[in-house]
Design a protein around this ligand. Sequence first.
Ligand SMILES: Nc1ncnc2c1ncn2[C@@H]1O[C@H](COP(=O)(O)OP(=O)(O)OP(=O)(O)O)[C@@H](O)[C@H]1O
Ligand SMILES: [Mg+2]
Length: 188
Amino acid sequence: MGSMLSGRASVDLPADPAATEAFGQWLGERLRPGDTLALVGGLGAGKTTLVRGLAGGLRVDDPDAVQSPTYLLVVEHPGPVPLLHADAYLPAKLEGFLADGGLEYLFDARAVVAVEWADRVRRLLPARTLWLELALAPGGGRHLRLACADAAAFAFLADLPARFPFLPSTAADPANGPAASPAPPKCR
Ligand SMILES: Nc1ncnc2c1ncn2[C@@H]1O[C@H](COP(=O)(O)OP(=O)(O)OP(=O)(O)O)[C@@H](O)[C@H]1O
Ligand SMILES: [Mg+2]
């Protein structure tokens, strides 16, 4: 995350892939056509799981079709707002594709774009990019950090719950108790 980034937020997810999907869905219900979601995180961090939830939130025709696009570079999921799912694991390949006319295709103002391993093609990403880093947390959950250069473009992050409320493993865990609701993190 570069120092020019002006907005930051974070959220902790419990050890349940459904939590990662639910968070992706929350984002998908809020991102607008022309937005890019730049995903950063090591092997198995949960990037593709999150994109599957994102696809559901965007109401694409077949969210379950979301898979790791590594060998395909870009996979298009049609829907009212199409999702373009790209993978920069092999950055030279994606760069070649983008240089060869793919840039206009990928950063289509009518679509939402999700890029896995986005840190590998950082300089190619548009200004209207939301960065999302996933890291394994002790206990098997995931710690997510969000950052954006233009906080106004992603103003909904001001309403990001610090903990995801609609997760069975959190809600059903009495150890979490009724817990005073923490102030939502701000992305600005
Ligand atoms: N919050 C979570 N808690 C526990 N497991 C999770 C969580 N989120 C995702 N997973 C699991 O982690 C594994 C890896 O997820 P996923 O394939 O989405 O990662 P990825 O970052 O896309 O990996 P790769 O770099 O290999 O493409 C899957 O088995 C998924 O179900
Ligand atoms: Mg993946």
